[in-house]
Write a protein that binds this ligand. Structure first.
Ligand code: URA
Length: 426
């Protein structure tokens, strides 16, 4: 097998054979035969030529086989997970995992850290005093059996080829390829051992794929991959035109999640969480109303158990930033736009996110959206509250927010939060 032949075949628009795919992925994973520039050339050829559905399925299977897969065994409960393509203020996992566990399923959520303007679930959970992200396989199985939910970091032997390929795509302009995104996400989720999966594919200004059509294409590819690999999969396309809820930032989002778990919190966070929970429960045949379970407080109890099982102490309270600065409305009217990506970048510049994988994050930094699009506002009314332990960070955060806020005479049209649903049945 010759890697140059594989690159040329894809460059010229041919379907790669199963043997070519398996050879490429296993050799790239081992890190010797194939140079990064050759893998980059193949990624670029895939970017332009795409992949046939069955070709993508073989590619994804090869990625899964390149590393370990979790064998969760019999937990006494059906397993189901959720994956979000990421957005600003997306704290849904913190509520959804204990909620679905409280309804009787096991949720093995292996998450990542944030990069760029979107936050990572592990960074948020680490704002809780003492909480640790890393669990051994044995600890995962025990916690899933006893508590029903885990939020933990993926072990390094799970899909190592994705880490290598993703880092390469990041620096070669090939992240945006639909087959490469779909296989990257699904190979990780399938290797995690879940029996069913709900995908929250974000679309709109703050999403990784802002256009609805591209979101739909990636969702369709991922649903097909899940089903091909025996994982029942449904995707919701959900709106990320503005921040989800009010809080963007690690401890701020944990606080908001605790409010939702306690029966309060912002309506949009509740709507998306309950919609995803319904899909997850339907996939595993549990006929329980998650809205009722959420308002009963049972999900909060499971969250507390999940936190203490991983060394966390909620009674210590959550850290609060030393400094706050408000952004006020320049005129009266309706808040018609609050640009999601700008708020994400502002939170990141305040310290909530990282530019490089190894950077530390601040648990306290972030942005509170005191008004949301559609709200009537008065000139001088606070719209945003910036939080940071380092007051020097306010100026760059404010620069990111320039032009991010529009106020108009008339109320903007309401946008549906759930834009579409993609399943095998169509
Ligand atoms: N998230 C992933 O895990 N992989 C991608 O390719 C894109 C987003």
């Amino acid at each position: 097998m010759d890697v140059v032949d594989i690159i040329i075949a894809k460059r010229d628009g041919h379907r790669l054979s199963d043997q070519q795919i398996e050879w490429f992925i296993s050799n790239y994973a081992q890190g010797e035969t194939i140079a990064d520039e050759q893998a980059a050339a193949l990624a670029m050829a895939i970017y332009f030529q795409g992949m046939e559905p069955d070709e993508l399925s073989v590619w994804t299977r090869a990625m899964i086989n390149s590393g370990a897969s979790l064998q969760l065994g019999d937990l006494g409960r059906p397993t189901v997970d959720k994956h979000s393509t990421g957005g600003v203020g997306d704290k849904v996992s913190l509520i959804l995992v204990p909620l679905v566990a409280a309804c009787g399923a096991a949720v093995p959520q292996l998450s990542g850290r944030g990069l760029g303007h979107t936050g990572g679930t592990l960074d948020k959970m680490e704002a809780i005093s003492g909480w640790r992200a890393s669990l051994s396989l044995e600890e995962m199985v025990t916690q899933l059996r006893e508590v029903g939910g885990i939020i933990a970091g993926a072990t390094s032997d799970l899909n190592p080829v994705d880490r290598r390929l993703y880092a390469l795509r990041d620096v070669t302009g090939t992240v945006g390829s639909i087959p490469l995104i779909a296989s990257s996400i699904m190979s990780k989720k399938i290797a995690e051992g879940t029996g069913a999966l709900v995908l929250d594919v974000k679309v709109g200004a703050g999403a990784f794929l802002p256009e609805v059509e591209r979101g739909r294409q990636v969702a369709e590819a991922m649903v097909a991959l899940g089903e091909d690999h025996g994982v029942r999969t449904v995707a919701l396309l959900t709106d990320m035109e503005t921040v989800l809820g009010q809080a963007a930032g690690n401890a701020l989002e944990v606080t908001e999640s605790l409010e939702v778990l306690a029966g309060g919190g912002p309506a949009d966070v509740i709507e998306i969480t309950v919609a995803l929970a319904r899909e997850m429960l339907a996939l595993v045949g549990i006929d329980t109303d998650p809205a009722e379970v959420l308002s009963s407080g049972a999900a909060l109890e499971v969250f507390e158990q999940m936190v203490s099982a991983q060394g966390g102490d909620l009674s210590a309270g959550l850290p609060v930033a030393e400094h706050q600065q408000q952004v006020v409305a320049q005129e009266s009217g309706y808040l018609s736009r609050l640009d999601c990506r700008s708020v994400g970048v502002a939170a990141w510049r305040l310290g909530a996110g990282r530019a490089r994988k190894e950077d530390p994050v601040s648990p306290t930094a972030g942005v509170m959206c005191l008004a949301k699009p559609g709200d009537k506002v008065e000139a001088g009314q606070p719209l945003l509250e910036l939080h940071s332990d380092d007051a020097h960070r306010f100026a760059p955060a404010l620069a990111a927010l320039e032009g991010a806020i529009s106020i108009s005479e008339n109320a903007p049209a309401a946008r549906p939060l759930i834009v579409d649903r993609i399943s095998k049945e169509g």
